[in-house]
Design a protein around this ligand. Structure first.
Ligand code: SPD
Length: 324
């Protein structure tokens, strides 16, 4: 047994001794930190809005960092994008027009275009630097999606665009950085009402809501923001290996049917029509994503953002995370 364990560690010992610069670490949260071995640093710049870096990681391949936080990687992008895109679009079932706020790496756009009924996508990304760097260094993420004639890419503030546009969409998807700092505007009531107002009747909205395990404050803040504008709001869960805590979440807001009322047969039929078979999303994972563990249900009942003492008292497994 000892030999087997020693063999399992061999890749870590290949090459020169490691130094800290061979590793990238996510910002620490409550005494917890995820880190990745970096094989190569390809590109680093300061865009008009944020620090941007492209690195090759050992476990997940090429990856995009914004302001020192992993956004996407070639190896695991589907764990995030499939849940952000396919779950709301397959809940709706007849999405033709989509607005994407953010998503400059192009992964969300690519997954939207796999839906055969989609006729038009307006993507509004505030930072053209993210689009350009992603097209150049991470073409596997967008795979030519920006050249699709159905796509209109606008480099401008997505919140301002949704507030002013007269166009109506079947789906609005928000693919942003964490809702702190520049992206905090995306959980403001003004933004939520603008997104709600840009939807046709029956339209769906989805955005990422952080990790209910490692980022309970982000999770409950985002859920409460979506609830403020949508009568039917459903938080849902998945896994994104490169994000803190790995357990990840999104929130769906619907102006029409409750996504829980969609049958697995309908979802399966919609998945079967996609231009690529998803790696993760299917009719069973659709249903399972809405099943919340008890401690997450408890979190969903707060009408405020609980502090660490409240989380500890409520039995949250990781109450040491940073408060918003
Ligand atoms: N903690 C990082 C969360 C980032 C969410 N957005 C990712 C963008 C991928 N298209």
């Amino acid at each position: 047994m000892a030999d087997v364990l020693a063999d399992a560690r061999i890749p870590e010992r290949i090459g020169a001794p490691e130094s800290e610069k061979d590793w990238f670490a996510e910002p620490p949260i409550g005494g917890y930190q995820q880190r990745y071995r970096v094989l190569r640093r390809l590109y680093s710049t300061r865009t008009a809005f944020q620090d941007l870096e492209v690195v090759d990681t050992q476990p997940y391949g090429r990856a995009l960092l914004l302001d020192g936080t992993l956004q996407t990687s070639v190896g695991d992008e589907w764990t995030y994008h499939e849940m952000l895109v396919h779950l709301p679009l397959c809940s709706h079932g007849a999405v033709r027009r989509v607005a994407i706020v953010g998503g400059g790496d192009g992964g969300t756009l690519r997954h939207v275009l796999l839906h055969p009924d989609v006729e038009r996508v307006v993507q509004v990304e505030i930072d053209g630097g993210v689009v350009e760097a992603s097209k150049k260094y991470l073409p596997e993420i967008s795979r030519g999606a920006y050249d699709d004639p159905r796509v209109e890419l606008r480099i401008e503030d997505g919140a301002a665009y949704l507030a002013k546009t007269a166009e109506k969409f079947d789906a609005v998807l928000v693919d942003s950085t964490d809702p702190i700092g520049p992206a905090a505007v995306l959980i403001h009531p003004d933004f939520m009402w603008a997104a709600r107002g840009a939807l046709r009747e029956g339209g769906v909205f989805s955005m990422q809501s952080g990790s209910p395990l490692a980022q309970p404050a982000e999770w409950i803040s985002t859920l409460q923001a979506v609830r403020g504008a949508f009568a039917r709001t459903r938080p849902y869960l998945g896994w994104v290996p490169i994000y803190p805590g790995v357990v990840w979440s999104w929130v769906l807001g619907s102006t029409g049917a409750d996504p829980l009322d969609v049958t697995e047969e309908d979802v399966a039929a919609r998945v079967a029509r996609l231009k690529e078979i998803p790696h993760l999303y299917n009719a069973r994972t659709h249903t399972a994503a809405f099943a919340l563990p008890t401690f997450v249900e408890a979190l969903s009942r707060y009408d405020h953002v609980p502090n660490q003492a409240e989380l500890r008292a409520a039995g949250h497994p990781f109450p040491g995370s940073r408060p918003l």
